[in-house]
Design a protein around this ligand. Structure first.
Ligand code: CA
Length: 702
């Protein structure tokens, strides 16, 4: 399973000697303290970068390492120190590093500890999440990241457990169940720790009647400290706090029956200075406000940054990015803290590049908007009014008078993969996405809409997401100046999705790509300074840290999460669920490791001589497929590498095998959910749709 490609000890020694001889001493701020464990201080923004102890390295989530041994001059010597092969499963996950040990969760939250010096596995802990998940397995893709505090590693699981694991032994210390066992929530984002507490939210508002919240637990014991709801519940039951009472004034109809949404599925940032936790909330449930809230109201705190007292969870302030959210726009993309000089004044800000395409700079002491400008083509609003903080929306943007087309889309101008802010260059590096969408809810009314049920995608509106006419580039790495709200540079990136970014004190920006390239760019100009063939697609954010006088860079390669949804846009990269490599890649100067060649892949459908086209069955099957299967197996049954491409699967030739999988849950432990409520006819229709798409593949039809 594992390959050590190179002797790390010898490397470390030679690097130390070499570094000194070359006069490449670290500057004062990056001088590592080697003697004692300094993990706690490492979480503070501005710490020296010895460790990468949290998802975004520090509380402020900048995804920035001040280390500069690897820099514009030396990066050409950057090579593979070691690699570690991972089994089939989601690898799109952010690692952390503390005191020479790399921790990460791959697949369904299988936590690994690896000795950085040797590249050897120290322990592995499998919480058996698929088996525990039930219906919760139907959406989501496993871990995106983990957290660390005082000798414990924290992981969330698909089934909603928050588990503290002893960092030395790999044994669980405590487990908290963060949601109802049988509701339709699931854990989607990395837990965050701050000052002895660990906080976690969840996802689910795209597919069920879910009310969002985040919960804080004692990091030592797992005892619940507080829970903050992001949208109000049924007023008849009373409100949990004043914030919910206030929020309820912005909701109409019987919103609580639809859950409301506003899940904290990804972004959580801690402001140490003011002991404030910032929660980024998601879309409404369902997306269509006509159904959700009688077509009116701001619907607090959907699509908002909500600041709460970190000790108590009490509301402090909020900024709502999209009042009356209706398009799966989210404020759940990462939020980064920085102190910026704007108009001659030092401002304490939080910055975010949410799905809606505007880059927001907000005063984090009071939630007042400072500035907002679009970082990609953005046509749903003319601008953001700085006086009111509200968007100036285009006519009919809520599709109240027929279909409306605009950019960006529910995929987001920026998704969950983190951007990076470099205090050195003063620039934010955004993995941006440029697609177009038409929204249409004709025929759907608040009265006639009924949820599909059983945790299926159902928005109360039809979004048609596509490539803008004439567009050849669908994503960019955008370097953005948050002070001037102007672009410094941009480079086209391959594919429609975009991958996690890290900036460093060496004047570099690291990013991987679906075409298997792992690059370092000049932070000032975007010029490619280093280009590594990772022989596997990369989605995950890279990290960097310091062990024994050596700066390491680690990234986990392999396709995962929602990046595979638009399979047809991924086919040119030849990424297959079964054959792609999934690998921890760790780099250092003068690393000499090599990788085995990439397995070439061309999708091939099995022979199906009994196939007889039946358009009605295929259409019925497609409807079910899009709501329940496409999220992993890809739109049009063209998979992007996150799950098997069913056009190529022998399973579709056998009704019995498909029944064993869908009805009986034969592959649950692999992460394939059970859909026991589907009738024999439903299953046969899905099978016919997949056979139709296999027939298209055999005959060269798109
Ligand atoms: Ca969503």
């Amino acid at each position: 399973m594992k390959s050590i490609l190179f002797a790390p000890l010898a490397l470390a020694l030679s690097l130390t000697a070499c570094g000194r001889a070359d006069g490449e001493a670290l500057d004062a701020t990056a001088e590592p303290r080697e003697a004692t464990s300094v993990w706690r201080a490492q979480l503070t923004d501005g710490s020296d970068g010895r460790d990468w102890p949290a998802f975004g390295r520090t509380y402020g989530e900048q995804h920035y390492s001040p280390l500069d041994q690897v820099n514009a001059d030396t990066v050409k010597r950057l090579g593979l120190a070691w690699s570690y092969d991972l089994p089939v499963g989601n690898p799109a996950t952010g690692p952390i590093e503390i005191d020479g040990i790399l921790y990460f969760a791959s697949g369904y939250s299988i936590v690994h500890a690896i000795d950085v010096r040797s590249g050897k596995l120290l322990w592995q802990y499998d919480p058996k999440a698929p088996e525990a998940s039930g219906h919760k397995l139907r959406q989501g893709w496993g871990s995106r990241g983990i957290a660390y505090w005082n000798g414990k590693v924290y992981t969330g699981t698909q089934d909603g457990r928050l588990i503290a694991i002893d960092a030395k032994s790999g044994k669980p210390v405590w487990t908290a169940q963060t949601m109802g066992k049988d509701d339709y929530r699931f854990i989607s984002g990395p837990p965050r720790v701050f000052d002895g507490m660990v906080v976690i939210g969840n996802g689910g508002a795209d597919e069920a009647a879910i009310r969002g919240y985040a919960t804080a637990y004692d990091a030592e014991t797992g005892a619940q400290k507080w829970r903050f709801y992001t949208v109000p519940g049924n007023p008849a039951n009373g409100f949990e706090d004043k914030a919910m009472e206030m929020a309820a004034k912005t909701w109409f109809g019987e919103w609580w029956k639809h859950g409301g949404g506003g899940t904290v599925w990804n972004a959580i940032t801690y402001d140490e200075e003011s002991d404030t936790l910032l929660l980024g909330t998601g879309n409404g449930s369902p997306w269509n406000r006509k159904i959700r809230s009688a077509g009116k109201g701001d619907n607090l705190f959907l699509c908002s940054i909500v600041a709460v007292d970190a000790k108590t969870g009490a509301y402090k302030w909020h900024y709502q990015i999209n009042p009356g959210e209706s398009w799966d726009f989210n404020a759940a993309m990462d939020m980064q803290l920085a102190d910026l000089t704007i108009d001659g004044k030092l401002r304490k800000v939080v910055m975010t590049a949410p799905k809606n395409g505007f880059f927001y700079v907000i005063d984090r002491t009071n939630g007042k908007l400072i500035s907002a400008k679009p970082f990609v083509t953005t046509t749903w609003a003319k601008n953001i009014d700085l006086k009111t903080g509200r968007p100036v929306e285009i006519a009919n943007v809520r599709y109240e008078n027929g279909p409306v087309t605009f950019r960006p889309t529910p995929v987001g101008a920026h998704s969950w993969v983190p951007m990076a802010f470099s205090p050195q260059s003063g620039l934010t590096y955004i993995p941006a996405i440029d697609l177009e969408v038409t929204f249409d809810d004709s025929g759907i009314t608040a009265k006639n809409w009924k949820r599909t049920g059983g945790m299926a995608l159902d928005y109360g509106v039809r979004p048609d997401i596509r490539v803008p006419a004439g567009a050849t580039v669908l994503s960019y790495l955008v370097a953005w100046n948050p002070v001037t709200q102007k672009e410094a540079w941009r480079i086209p990136t391959p594919g429609h999705f975009n991958s996690g970014v890290m900036a460093t004190g060496g004047g570099l920006v690291f990013q991987g790509h679906p075409d298997s390239r792992f690059n370092a760019y000049d932070a000032k100009t975007g010029k490619t300074l280093w280009d590594f063939d990772a022989r596997a697609p990369i989605v995950a954010p890279p990290i960097s840290y310091w062990v024994d006088g050596t700066q390491y860079v680690t990234v986990i390669a392999g396709m995962g999460t929602s990046a595979g949804l638009f399979g047809p846009l991924m086919t040119k990269f030849g990424i297959d669920y079964r054959t792609q490599a999934r690998r921890v890649l760790t780099f250092a100067l003068d690393g000499k490791g090599t990788l085995p060649p990439k397995t070439p892949y061309t999708p091939t459908a099995p022979a199906d001589p009994d196939f007889r086209p039946d358009a009605a069955a295929a259409k019925a099957g497609e409807g079910i497929f899009n709501q329940r299967c496409a999220v992993c197996h890809g739109g049009g049954a063209v998979a992007g590498g996150v799950a098997p491409d069913l056009r190529t699967s022998g399973v579709i030739l056998s009704a019995e095998t498909l029944t064993a999988i869908l009805h009986d849950g034969m592959l649950v432990s692999n992460g394939m959910p059970q859909f026991e409520e589907l009738s024999a006819k439903d299953r046969e229709n899905i099978r016919h749709y997949m056979r139709t798409r296999a027939d298209d593949l055999r005959n060269g039809r798109p």
